[in-house]
Design a protein around this ligand. Structure first.
Ligand code: FMN
Length: 171
């Protein structure tokens, strides 16, 4: 069935994330809230550790990860390691977005997600959204994070934009 003729068909946006000190979790929850404002989009928000290859049966993806040690977090990597080959050639052409929570950088984690997504032949629907917490000391880095309302609004907008685009079939 041609979906452009049936724009109300429900589509699924899968959010997969890991978060150690809560920053990434707040970011993906904001993005999921934004996406949920689009009635034709069903949002599934899953921890990376709970996500199996069958869960990748979705119409679009948001990957949320901390940048730890200049890389995506270990548990996010574990998700990609477990699912990469079983899902290869089954996701081609679907849209995705990346949310990164970092102390001061975030770009290496964003590059890693982009390389994996390129392998899966996914299409980036936006540049990676990176939020820096500016935690500098070990104590601050390990403390629970509170993401600012401005940054949460950026994540929510990304989710709403992504869902609206999926709904009308532009992604
Ligand atoms: C072991 C460890 C390594 C980290 N390495 C980096 C890094 O390479 N670059 C960076 O910008 N932030 C780094 N950070 C800071 C985290 O990205 C930051 O604390 C962020 O809030 C983590 O996201 P979360 O709150 O979702 O766990 C590191 C944090 C930890 C615990």
């Amino acid at each position: 069935m041609d979906e452009t003729l049936h724009p109300n068909t429900t589509k699924t946006l899968l959010v997969v994330y890991h978060s150690m000190t809560g920053g990434t979790r707040q970011m993906v929850e904001a993005a999921a809230r934004g996406a949920a404002s689009e009635p034709t989009i069903r949002v599934r928000n899953l921890l990376a550790t709970d996500t199996q290859v069958a869960d990748l049966n979705a119409d679009g993806y948001i990957f949320g990860t901390p940048e730890n040690l200049a890389a995506i977090s270990g548990l996010m990597k574990d998700f990609f390691d477990r699912t990469y080959y079983p899902a290869l050639d089954h996701l081609s052409g679907r849209p995705y977005a990346t949310l990164i929570c970092a102390g001061s950088d975030g770009h290496n984690a964003a590059r890693q997600v982009a390389r994996i997504a390129t392998g899966w032949r996914l299409k980036a629907m936006a540049d990676p959204l990176i939020v820096c917490t500016h935690a500098q000391t070990p104590e601050a880095i390990l403390a629970p994070k509170v993401i600012s309302s401005d940054d949460l609004a950026r994540c929510e907008e990304l989710g709403a934009f992504f869902a609206a685009g999926m709904s009308i079939g532009v992604f």
